[in-house]
Design a protein around this ligand. Structure first.
Ligand code: FES
Length: 329
């Protein structure tokens, strides 16, 4: 149990309860997403010095030197004094330079890239709306840093999701957003001759698109097999762009799949296979130990496919997953 002091009030955590869960349980509004130390949306600042190592070691050194820690993975018995966050230390203010509406459910946002903002495609950034700093969400970066002057993210409307709906309905070119990051290590890290198997669902395709762009930038010569699935047509918003990559590159292969009731409307010219992307990939690709495997999308699909590909012969060290999972309310 620990005592947590914040804004002149005192809260307590239960045994084995994280600082974040303790604050949320007692009605304190702390932004959060993954609750597993990956997205950094929950960062808080403290002047307490004896925090567990795990809740500071995942942060870039400049942030933990300034006193930030991750309350979602902080379980401690000590007293913690929370200081006000300095958002100027955490966030860049950036303008929306392009806004593309793929369909009614998915938009592509291109943000100006702050000077000195270094990232690798596939990492995530946290986005906040100015003056709404308690609402923060994480999105994968789909742009390629050497080629693109902007930072690109894809946002799919979530049922009841205030943030994703706002971005899909209200955002326009010239608006300002705040971004923090980048973080995460879901990035292209394969030798250029290695075969790649990429399985993504919905907007989980966005970091995979970035990884393909990065692979092409690095002159990747190995085969790249993409299995891109959705339960409805709007989730296949990137099919045309991926098809263009197939048309331009002899080593890229694309299979698009539909698993929901929209599969009954598939026409021959759609080039869509009915079924789940991971099931079809596993039926199609046999020599999995020859592949580096990148998985992103629905967390259930990602975790199940990680195990299925491993059991089918892939090396666990060659399976890369986007572990991000939103656990907010
Ligand atoms: S790192 Fe704490 S909620 Fe994601």
């Amino acid at each position: 149990m620990s005592n947590i002091h914040i804004e002149g009030k005192q809260y307590t955590s239960l045994d084995n309860e994280s600082v974040l869960d303790a604050l949320l349980r007692q009605g304190v509004n702390v932004p959060h997403s993954c609750k597993s130390g990956n997205c950094l949306t929950c960062m808080l600042k403290t002047d307490s010095l004896d925090l567990p190592e795990n809740c500071i070691s995942k942060l870039p050194s400049n942030l933990h030197q300034q006193g930030y820690f991750l309350p979602c993975i902080c379980i401690t018995n000590t007293t913690i004094n929370i200081l006000p966050n300095n958002n100027n230390e955490l966030f860049y203010s950036v303008r929306v330079v392009e806004y593309i509406k793929y369909n009614q459910d998915v938009c592509c946002i291109r943000l100006e890239r702050p000077e000195g903002f270094a990232y690798k495609t596939g990492q995530i950034i946290n986005i906040a709306i100015p003056n709404e700093n308690r609402l923060i969400r994480s999105y994968s970066i789909a742009s390629q840093p050497q080629r693109d002057a902007y930072i690109e993210v894809h946002v799919r409307r979530k049922l009841g999701g205030a943030f994703s709906n706002w971005l899909n309905d209200n955002l326009k070119i010239g608006d300002t957003l705040k971004i923090q990051g980048p973080q995460g290590n879901f990035i292209y890290s394969s030798p250029p001759q290695r075969k790649l198997l990429l399985i993504g669902t919905g907007t989980g395709i966005s970091p995979l698109y970035g990884i393909i762009s990065e692979a092409l930038y690095c002159n990747h010569t190995g085969e790249i097999h993409i299995f891109y699935g959705s339960h409805n047509h709007t989730g296949l918003y990137l099919q045309q762009k991926l098809q263009s990559l197939v048309d331009e590159n002899a080593n890229i292969y694309l299979t698009c799949t539909l698993s929901g009731k929209d599969k009954q409307t598939i026409q021959e010219e759609d080039k869509i296979t009915p079924g789940r992307a991971n099931d079809i990939a596993l039926k199609t690709i046999k020599d999995l130990n020859q592949f580096d495997i990148y998985l992103c999308g629905n967390p259930g699909m990602v975790k199940a496919t990680q195990m299925q590909t491993y059991l089918a012969g892939a090396l666990m060290s060659q399976i890369f997953i986007d572990a991000f999972e939103y656990k907010g309310t």
